[in-house]
Design a protein around this ligand. Sequence first.
Ligand code: GLU
Length: 379
Amino acid sequence: MTGIQHPFRLRLAKSRRLVVKVGSGVLTGADQRLNRVRVASLVKGLSSLVESGIQTILVTSGAVATGAPVMGLAGRTKTIPQKQACAAIGQTLLMALYEECFSTRGHHSAQILLTQDDVRSRERYLNARNTFETLISAGVVPIVNENDSVAVSEIKFGDNDNLSAEVAALVGADLLLILSTTDGLYEKFEPGQQPIPLVEQITNSHFDYAKDHLSPTGISTGGMKSKLMSIKKANQYGIAAVLAGGQKDDIIQNVISGKNEGTLFLPCEDKLSAREYWILHTLSPKGTLSIDAGARRALTEHGRSLLPIGITGVEGNFRSGNSVRIAGPDGIEIARGLTYYSSQEVVTIKGCKTDEIESKLGYRYYDEVVHRDNLVLII
Ligand code: GLU
């Protein structure tokens, strides 16, 4: 691919810590079985990063696809327990192949299986981070996948695009490289089109481009929308991202050397703090507070806290300290925050003035339902 290079492309070679995500569609052949040649070529690219001093973490899919033939389920629709069994079988085979390929190049890999619970709990988050740091400082390549055989929907990352953004945030990467069967974001996914080389900030129109784009292999999980959501997360955390074609030879080396491969997404200038990221992306909201137009203005234009008087409706069952969505009069979510009051308490005090809280509840913890410091606007 030719074209004018954005100066940021040239900075990619200076990346200090990189998370590479590879999808099942890239790792499997037309028969939906693990393509050993592709894995070997991926490991060649990863090894070259390690050798040039870039700290490298791989997030890999492919466990289910690798285990499926053993279960006699290759190319067939699977139930969730069947997928979990395939993942349990496939994960060891996948890791054995990665380690074989790395060791022929004089490197080693290590397996880290995560569920969403591991990043929600502060203690497990810190433990995971320590393990990453120790492996990286020993020159070993951590290979991450979702712990599919135990994950159920409440503790699932959902797909490995999302997992890769969470891992990039967890390890403080400066670049997330998503290798996919699609070699970038297209305005129109039609033959003869070139990927958009640069996205400065992901907007709704990019999500519109993603709408018509379906996975070409049927084996991939995420799809373009999930890739954009994950990349947006990473960008909000100050991490640049590149979406590029994982089936191309030398793709990793080409991206890192600044070639115009795929689509480069620039990191947000005013990145979220770790706490804001945690509120917005890590915690699952337990309910929704609907607010009136005045409260929406107070939050979005004047940087204020959410008081009971602006709340018009309460949905869900939540406790003090839980994460809640905050939606405007049109139902569109405008912010996410931690509530001081439970859903039952908010039902009682909604629409009230602050000095009425005590007479309604018999006590008053705080004047605000969601304090500004615990609130993140959704842009
Ligand atoms: N964890 C799944 C696997 O290894 C893949 C999920 C995904 O690609 O999003 O098969």
